[in-house]
Design a protein around this ligand. Sequence first.
Ligand code: FES
Ligand SMILES: [Fe+2]
Length: 462
Amino acid sequence: MSDRRKPGAARSEGPSYQDYLARDTNAVPPTLAEHSTYLGSAPLEASRYTSQAFFDREVDRLWPKVWQMACREEDIPNVGDVYVYDIVGKSFLVTRVAADEIRAYYNVCLHRGRKLRTESGQTEDFRCPFHGFTWHLNGSIKSVPCRWDFEHLSDADLKLPEARVAAWGGFVFLNMDIDAPPLEEYLEVLPAHFERWRLEDCYKAAHVAKVIRCNWKVAMEAFMESYHVIATHPQILPVIADANAQYDILGRHVNRNLTAFAAPSPHLGQGVTEEEVLRGMLNLWGKPGSADELLGDAGGDPGDREPRRLLGALNRETFRRAQGGDYSAVTDAETLDALVYNVFPNFSPWAGFAPNIVYRWRPRDCVVDECIMEVMILKRVSEGASKPRGVPMHWLDEDEPWSAASELPILGPVIDQDMSNMPYVQDGLVASANNEVQLGNYQEIRIRHFHQTLDEYLTAAS
Ligand code: FES
Ligand SMILES: [Fe+2]
């Protein structure tokens, strides 16, 4: 039996993602090599998305054990800056306590349990609004009204409990498990892969959030495959190599997909010309007028007129003009493609050099069928400039579409198409006749991988 006939070895017709990389203008980093594998074909239980009991096991066994991205370092650039991070009923005060030290306190007064803060912001200390217990930024007790009435509690008893904190790529992570492995170990190959893309040199230029009426995994998994493009985003088929995207399992916590833009979908066969691809991509970017100029300036060699090469060159020049710096060795792929990494359980940074998209999905409080989806855009800090403070989160109302967020000009309308499925996926999972969800062996392997890791956490001895 040939490899192609093994389960999970079947692939789309047309060029592979590696074929696109082979035609890149510049040398491609080895980190973009293929790492596919086969993880099985069994159905998933629909109740993983709908059952309160399953959700409660996630609350008990998943969220307290994992490193989770809480905020960006530039959200709290100054001593006294606080970011409130909430997850399944827990709440943390992620606080810059010194220029080079960030701590995450449980956001709970040690007196009678009021939340110490409900909003991110700036403070000199943490004063509980109920009776006035007050803590220093370093978590030690500062003052207690009528201290004589609490002679049974020492200063040590009154120290604010903390979660563990670590940073990578300009992101601040926390973990409630004091025995968890260090963040660097948890992130596996991620830091090595992103060394080239240096997200720590970026700042958060956009941050949009919305409550979605579906389980957090339903929303997340809609962004883990390009298979849905044919039905959900058909208008971009001329410019996205969807069915021939690459899916890689890179460790227990890390997977990714690499989807080429400025290349037509295999679903369209040979029916799209290179010029149509070029014009389609520029239209998507809101620059329709640039096509004639690019084609006019291109050399006579057919390779010089390939859309990915023309647009790669255009992007390198645009980035250099906008930010300074040398982009001459950056690949076309790194300026164009969806290089989408996921870190278990709920964090997804895009790689490459275009403004980097970052996704996060969280349950809303402890509600099984509602979640918060967040989209951030990281931009490179211009050469010689200091890093700006991260923008505050922009909440969309229940009835507001993502396209109402002007800071997501290309992405907003596309995400609205994704959102048009979410509540109906949730409803359908509840209505399921056989409690089964089926996955493609290859294009949905990241979803299977996620659930296999999730099962490891849910069944681990606590
Ligand atoms: S609950 Fe905070 S001071 Fe009483
Ligand atoms: Fe989508």
